[in-house]
Design a protein around this ligand. Structure first.
Ligand code: ADP
Length: 298
């Protein structure tokens, strides 16, 4: 006779538990299969997006850049011919000279907007390549102090137009030699200095560099400009983010919103970190740190 006690469970109860477990497992399997199908569909969508994105950037690179180069090239030629051939003929006619000045000012706008559009397209292509891992990095041992002084030279013209803003550097010549692409690091520095000049009307912009106790190299660009509202700080390194509300309200486009996104890509490519601190009305500080592993100390 069958004897039932705590150690030997009822066979019927056993079968019921087993059936329940099988049911649960089947439900779980169905759930996992549904998740797998969803993940596969998501992956297919991602691949399609990436294909479309590549096609878009190929179009931007060729179909947009080529005619644009002609348009702006011709605008420059028109200006040159106008200045050389027409202006000398109408100098004695004040009415015609008034119109001529307007034409030249309008051509100037075409040229300036052309430069901005070219920068925007080049930055977009650059960023796309970096994100796709297709950017070319020409790394070599680089003295960061050289990058700093090169960047200072590159922005000198912009500061010459701002006599109330004093540009200064506080970086020792004997900074470590780092294995990086000097053009990319200069691109970051020029962008930070360019922004500092753009958003500072008086006071100073200072670039400094030092090696931290943690063994990281820190570079800092500090300005006494308009600053950045705290709510905008977390997103200024994202694509197309601009905090210059005043300029936007006045209808003045002040940039592309791509520069800091590119800076972040470059610094993170080298295992570094970039961030900003700011006090609206008092100025902003942009800092980035680079690890110094594998670099030669002087
Ligand atoms: P943009 O081409 O618009 O300057 P960036 O990505 O370089 O693009 O900068 C994004 C935004 O961050 C700027 O539009 C501006 O609002 C803000 N910003 C950057 N640098 C500064 C600065 N030094 N002072 C104030 N605002 C700044």
């Amino acid at each position: 006779m069958h004897k039932c006690n705590a150690d030997t469970p009822e066979p019927q109860a056993d079968a019921t538990t087993l059936r329940r477990r099988v049911g649960e497992l089947e439900a779980r399997t169905a759930q996992l299969e549904a998740q797998l199908r969803e993940a596969q569909a998501h992956q297919a969508r991602m691949l399609e997006n990436s294909r479309l994105q590549n096609a878009f950037f190929a179009t931007v690179a060729h179909d947009l850049r080529t005619p644009m180069t002609s348009i702006f090239g011709y605008a420059k030629l028109v200006r040159r011919d106008f200045e050389r051939a027409i202006l000398p003929l109408i100098r004695s006619n004040p009415d015609a000279m008034d119109k001529a000045r307007r034409i030249l000012a309008n051509l100037q706008v075409i040229n300036a907007e052309g430069d901005r559009l070219t920068r925007l397209i080049n930055n977009l292509l650059d960023l796309n390549k970096m994100e796709a891992g297709q950017a070319v990095w020409r790394d070599r041992p680089v003295n960061i102090a050289d990058c700093i002084y090169e960047a200072l030279l590159a922005v000198a013209g912009q500061f010459a137009d701002k006599p109330d803003v004093h540009l200064r550097a506080n970086a020792p010549r004997e900074l470590p030699v780092v294995q990086v692409d000097p053009d990319r690091i200069a691109q970051v520095l020029v962008n930070l200095l360019h922004n500092a000049a753009k958003f500072t009307e008086r006071g100073h912009v200072e670039i400094s560099a030092l090696v931290l106790e943690s063994g990281r190299l820190e570079i800092c660009v500090r300005d006494t400009g308009q600053g950045i509202p705290p709510e905008d700080l977390p997103r200024i390194f994202d694509l197309f983010q601009q905090a210059c509300l005043e300029d936007t309200l006045r209808g003045v486009r002040c940039g592309t919103g791509l520069g800091l996104a590119i800076c972040r890509q470059i610094i993170e490519h080298y295992g570094g970190h970039i961030w900003a601190e700011s006090q609206p009305g008092q100025g902003s500080t942009f800092r980035f740190q680079l690890p110094l592993q594998g670099v030669t100390r002087p």
